[in-house]
Design a protein around this ligand. Structure first.
Ligand SMILES: *Cc1c(COP(=O)(O)O)cnc(C)c1O
Length: 309
């Protein structure tokens, strides 16, 4: 008997194919014009995500990059605003500097530790003194990334996120979480550490979160941003400005709803497989996967490789 060829593509969790259930849901999705604000399936996905995240409202966007850009620009709607973010974070490295080139927002990178955090005292020290605004940009926002991709998918705890939220509040700043893989963080925290931290608790301190449904959740396209009603109203307008207003977008949102229903439960086993793969690779001479492999990212030989974006 000839063994069936089995090809496993491990470049990224973006390399997925929609399931049969997703394709069926897309084919039969109820749709209308979402730019006019009438697409029922888009509303359904947005309502579901807002509920999971414990926020007032949500907005479907074409990509995580646009979700972050819209979020940063909505919080920093005055030119010359400054955002504090990790020096290895996705927004700073892999998004074409969009917050600066499109939004006129100045990035203030702070060192990311191996676990994806930034030291709280370094964050606080990076906040500009408003009494010197004649020379300084104005700090308006702090961004975290959970899980932190370039640190190998490390999870930020609810307690750490809360502490950053407290610093933000104390200085009148907003907190955005790039939660492209926030579901992976939530699963890890709930199941592996048995802390029982649900998603809304994990992002409680955040004013906005951007969540990818096109990564480990397996939907073909899209991200959803969540926040207050007034944040989402402004974000919706900015999405249109950036060309991200789409018409019968329920076709895509239908796949997202299936992703939430069917695939969140698979993330834990993804994490176990990544751990098993890393353990195996570490037994091969000359190969090394650094870090604890907490979630679904295992980067071999990380001095030479980086997260593929
Ligand atoms: C993938 C990713 C994004 C951007 O998502 P795209 O949909 O590829 O634009 C943002 N942040 C992180 C941490 C990511 O991994």
């Amino acid at each position: 008997m000839v063994a069936e060829k089995f090809h496993l593509d491990l470049r990224s969790d973006t390399v997925t194919k929609p399931t049969e259930a997703m394709r069926a849901a897309m084919a039969s999705a109820e749709v209308d014009d979402d730019v006019l604000g009438n697409d029922p399936t888009a509303f359904q996905l947005e309502a579901e995500m807002a509920k999971i995240m414990g926020k007032e409202a949500a907005l479907f966007v074409p990509s995580g990059t646009m979700g972050n850009l819209i979020s940063v620009l909505t919080h920093c709607d005055i030119r010359g605003s400054e955002v504090i973010l990790g020096d290895k974070c996705h927004i700073h490295i892999y998004e074409n500097g969009g917050i600066a080139t499109i939004g006129g927002v100045h990035p203030r990178p702070v060192k990311n530790n191996d676990d994806g955090t930034m030291d709280i005292d370094l964050i606080e020290a990076a906040i500009r003194d408003p009494r010197r605004e004649i020379v300084y940009p104005t700090t308006r926002l702090i961004c975290l990334e959970n899980t932190h991709a370039n640190s190998g998918g490390r999870c930020l705890s609810a307690e750490y996120t809360d502490r950053v939220g407290e610093v933000a509040k104390k200085h009148g700043l907003k907190l955005h979480i790039d939660g492209a893989r926030i579901f992976n963080a939530s699963v890890k925290i709930i199941i592996f550490q048995a802390l029982g931290v649900p998603m809304d608790r994990l992002v409680r301190a955040a004013d906005s979160v951007s969540v990818c449904i096109s990564k480990g959740l397996g939907a073909p396209v899209g991200s959803v941003i969540v926040g207050s009603k007034s944040f989402i109203t402004k974000a919706r307008r900015l999405r249109k400005t950036l060309g991200g207003g789409m018409r019968q977008v329920g076709i895509l949102c239908a796949a997202g709803l299936v992703a939430l229903q069917d695939n969140v439960g698979n993330l834990e086993s993804d994490h176990k497989k990544a751990r098993t793969l890393a353990d195996g690779l570490n037994q091969i001479k000359g190969l090394r996967v650094d870090g604890p492999v907490e979630t679904n990212i295992a980067i071999p030989g990380s001095e030479h490789c980086e997260y593929p974006s």
